[in-house]
Design a protein around this ligand. Structure first.
Ligand SMILES: *[C@@H]1O[C@H](CO)[C@@H](O)[C@H](O)[C@H]1NC(C)=O
Ligand SMILES: *[C@@H]1O[C@H](CO)[C@@H](O)[C@H](O)[C@H]1NC(C)=O
Ligand SMILES: *[C@@H]1O[C@H](CO)[C@@H](O)[C@H](O)[C@H]1NC(C)=O
Ligand SMILES: *[C@@H]1O[C@H](CO)[C@@H](O)[C@H](O)[C@H]1NC(C)=O
Ligand SMILES: *[C@@H]1O[C@H](CO)[C@@H](O)[C@H](O)[C@H]1NC(C)=O
Ligand SMILES: *[C@@H]1O[C@H](CO)[C@@H](O)[C@H](O)[C@H]1NC(C)=O
Ligand SMILES: *[C@@H]1O[C@H](CO)[C@@H](O)[C@H](O)[C@H]1NC(C)=O
Ligand SMILES: *[C@@H]1O[C@H](CO)[C@@H](O)[C@H](O)[C@H]1NC(C)=O
Length: 699
């Protein structure tokens, strides 16, 4: 078995040889080692070397590729010139060790470079370089699109441009805070996009561009335009309303960029204002109303308007006026309340009549005329912002009253006016009737406008007692009637008042209220009136004679220049046109003796008693005679008149004249010492002459 042993021995030798071969083969592989980093940054125009050391085999084939494009090929260490593409010959060179050299490298040579080393029978070696050629960054400018950022628009973007450089870093900052991608910002290589820009985006934007050789910072202030916002309107002084004549100013301010302009408008006209400030001096009510302020952003054209209401008030003139009327329906009352002229008009109400109804300036309430309202004071409340006031009115039915008769003479005719005025609210309407005949204005009768007076024309005063009238005063709250019986000329009350020393008297008289009278004849019996300086006493005149005529309105007269030592008789005869009335009672003025004096005389002089009795007898005779004489002067007297006179004279019985005379003591003394009484009834104490009833009937 030596051959088996040989085989085993041979296999062992082969194995060793193969082992050695493997080891030897490893030692012969191509290697490329880098002399620097594989990433090379270079500035444009500089000389750059991509340095390598190639080991493992002599004269391998070296190929440099720019990207995938071969640019330099060379059989390393050979004498043949390297093959360089013509385009790159100015820039590229290959060194003896295979390193690639760039001369004055331009920007476009930024690229990936691959070195391939190939040797036949050997594995190909590869290595890669990244060359970045940079320029210095300068002339960076940031521009905006659109030029103005406006709040509320969709987007706003900032772009930059730089010449010529290429940056490999770009950062945006807003007010020094770096901007990151978000819903609001989008950061791209060349731009910053802001979506929905708003006023808070106003500020300083900073762009930082950088590459390994330079860094440039660029700033730009961006103002986002906005507004005008809702304007703020103010009145100064701040008050709810102004009184006409006051002064005030209105201001209008709105926020916005640029600052909005503000202008005021009133009643369709633009007013002169300064920066939204409008001064109003001595403001009038017609300046009250709606003022509109318009604010405008001149850059964006956006404008807004806002209203302000200015209240200018004025107090109504005077005071409220309350009235009540009867409606034509007679059965309703109309309560009026007026207070006009204010701004605004005063608010009026009659709370007692209707708690809800009211009116501005004027209020009319119609209500049925119930007796509940008769005499009740109804108040109208008037309320105005500047003044509260009230008025009242009291409705009442016709009150009791006395008819009044007046007589006039017109062109020789007698006109009798009857007045029926009954105080009432609303004023009453008077209807007139004669008997059952309703009177209307015509030729004989005339009723004046307010119906309170009836005029009877062409009145025949001798038939006066035939005239009987009725007046009826009525308003919605009731009515009152009066019956008027006219009387002929009549005197109802007659007085004579001596004054001072007895040289003058005042005569007064009255007439019944329905008597028709146009004048009075004042008559006197006695000595003639004295001339001023003559003290001679005249003889008495036995007949009454007229001494004065007084108009129908007169109720008194004075008679002077009397002789204080004489006795006078006075009477008054009323008349209506041609018709004479019954004379008044006759009153005497003259010396009389008081009772004590008479008693004294009688006691002191016994024979004087006889004298006194004789004297009384004489006087009675005189009176009797004089009455007979006057019988001729009888006046026609209506029954009614006679009655009036009788009653009046009864009332008249205690004559004021004589009590006055008695008190006048010095006068009587004088009369006695001066030779006693004249033919008159002087000596009787408390003598009333003549007893009125008798006088009337006798006359
Ligand atoms: C680059 O190399 C060229 C010649 O190889 C030389 O003239 C030039 O000065 C060099 N440039 C720089 C910046 O060193
Ligand atoms: C850079 O800007 C300046 C001035 O703006 C200008 O003079 C210069 O020519 C610009 N340079 C380039 C390379 O555009
Ligand atoms: C921001 O987002 C945009 C697109 O959404 C993208 O192109 C850009 O690279 C992003 N920028 C940063 C800094 O992430
Ligand atoms: C931006 O605005 C600020 C403040 O108004 C000012 O100080 C700064 O100089 C401005 N910058 C530029 C680049 O306009
Ligand atoms: C309004 O009045 C104020 C102060 O009384 C004054 O300062 C302002 O100039 C006035 N404005 C106008 C528009 O007259
Ligand atoms: C403001 O007032 C004017 C005129 O009175 C009116 O036409 C307008 O509707 C008002 N505007 C507002 C917002 O009330
Ligand atoms: C009614 O008005 C008068 C005058 O205006 C006033 O004196 C009186 O007090 C008023 N009466 C009532 C009840 O208000
Ligand atoms: C007045 O009436 C009387 C009596 O009826 C009569 O006699 C007289 O003529 C009348 N007078 C006039 C002016 O009518």
């Amino acid at each position: 078995m030596p051959s088996h042993q040989f085989c085993v021995h041979t296999l062992f030798v082969f194995k060793v040889t193969l082992w050695l071969f493997v080891i030897k083969g490893l030692n012969c592989a191509l290697t490329i080692s880098l002399r620097g980093p594989s990433l090379v940054n270079a500035t444009v125009g500089s000389n750059v070397t991509l340095g390598v050391t190639i080991l493992g085999a002599p004269h391998p084939v070296v190929t440099w590729k720019m990207g995938s494009l071969p640019v330099v090929t060379w059989n390393l260490g050979s004498t043949d010139a390297p093959s360089i593409s013509p385009m790159n010959q100015d820039v590229l060179k290959i060194e003896a060790d295979g390193s690639l050299v760039f001369k004055n490298v331009p920007l476009v040579y930024s690229n990936t470079y691959t070195l391939e080393v190939v040797k036949v029978g050997m594995e190909t070696a590869l290595t890669k370089f990244l060359l970045k050629v940079y320029d210095y960054i300068y002339n960076v400018s940031v521009s905006a699109t659109p030029v103005d950022a406006v709040e509320g628009t969709a987007t706003f973007s900032l772009q930059y441009s730089s010449v010529p450089g290429e940056a490999d870093q770009w950062r945006w900052y807003f007010n020094s805070v770096e901007i990151q991608n978000s819903s609001h910002y989008t950061v791209n290589q060349k731009s910053l996009v802001i979506s929905q820009p708003n006023r808070t985006d106003t500020g300083l934007y900073t762009l930082v561009l950088a590459n390994p050789f330079s860094a440039v910072t660029s700033h730009r202030n961006i103002t986002v335009l906005y507004g005008p916002d809702e304007p703020v309107l103010e009145v100064s002084p701040s008050q709810a309303f102004f009184v006409s004549g006051e002064s005030l100013s209105l201001s209008c301010q709105a926020v916005g960029i640029p600052l909005p302009s503000a202008s005021w408008m009133f009643g369709g006209q633009t007013l002169v204002s300064q920066e939204g400030c409008l001064n109003l001096t001595d403001v009038q009510t017609n300046q009250g109303g709606v003022y509109t302020c318009e604010v405008l952003n001149r850059n964006t054209g956006v404008h807004r308007r806002k209203n302000l209401t200015l209240n200018v008030y004025e107090r109504p003139k005077g005071e409220p006026l309350c009235l009540v009327y009867a409606t034509s329906g007679i059965y309703d009352l109309q309560f009026h309340c007026q207070w006009q002229g204010g701004t605004p008009e005063a608010w009026l109400s009659f709370p007692a009549l209707n708690s809800t109804a009211g009116g501005a300036g004027e209020l009319i309430l119609t209500t049925p005329a119930s007796q509940d309202l008769n005499g009740r004071t109804v108040v109208c409340r008037a309320s105005h912002p500047l003044h509260q006031s009230q008025c009242n009115v009291t409705a009442c039915g016709p009150a009791n009253f006395l008819p009044k008769v007046t007589t006039m003479e017109q062109n020789g005719q007698i006109v009798v006016c009857i007045q029926c005025y009954s105080p009432a609210m609303p004023s009453s309407i008077v209807t007139w009737s004669k008997g059952s005949e309703l009177l209307a204005s015509g030729t004989q009768y005339q009723i004046n406008k307010d119906t309170t007076q009836l005029s009877i024309f062409n009145f025949n005063s001798s038939t006066a007692p035939l005239h009987t009238y009725t007046c009826n005063c009525g308003n919605p709250l009731g009515n009152t009637s009066k019956y008027i019986q006219l009387l002929g000329p009549t005197i109802s009350n007659f007085h004579v008042f001596p004054n001072g020393d007895g040289s003058a008297v005042t005569i007064t008289w009255e007439i019944p209220p329905t008597s028709v009278i146009t004048g009075f004849d004042i008559q006197m019996r006695g000595p003639s009136l004295l001339a001023k300086h003559v003290r001679r006493r005249k003889r008495a005149n036995d007949n009454f004679r007229s001494i004065q005529q007084e108009p129908g309105t007169s109720r008194s007269t004075n008679i002077s220049a009397l002789d204080s030592k004489s006795t006078y008789y006075f009477r008054v005869i009323p008349f209506a046109g041609e018709t004479l009335g019954l004379p008044s009672v006759v009153l005497r003025l003259g010396p009389v003796l008081s009772q004590p004096q008479v008693i004294g005389l009688a006691a002191g002089i016994p024979c004087g008693v006889l004298f006194i009795l004789l004297l009384v007898g004489f006087i009675c005779l005189c009176v009797y005679c004089s009455r007979r004489k006057r019988d001729a002067n009888r006046y026609p007297v209506a029954r009614a008149v006679e009655k009036v006179v009788s009653t009046q004279t009864h009332i008249n019985t205690p004559s004021c004249l004589l009590t006055g005379g008695i008190k006048d003591l010095p006068d009587y003394n004088r009369k006695i010492t001066q030779g006693g009484p004249t033919e008159r009834c002087a000596p009787l104490p408390r003598f009333v002459y003549p007893p009125p009833v008798r006088t009337a009937t006798i006359v």
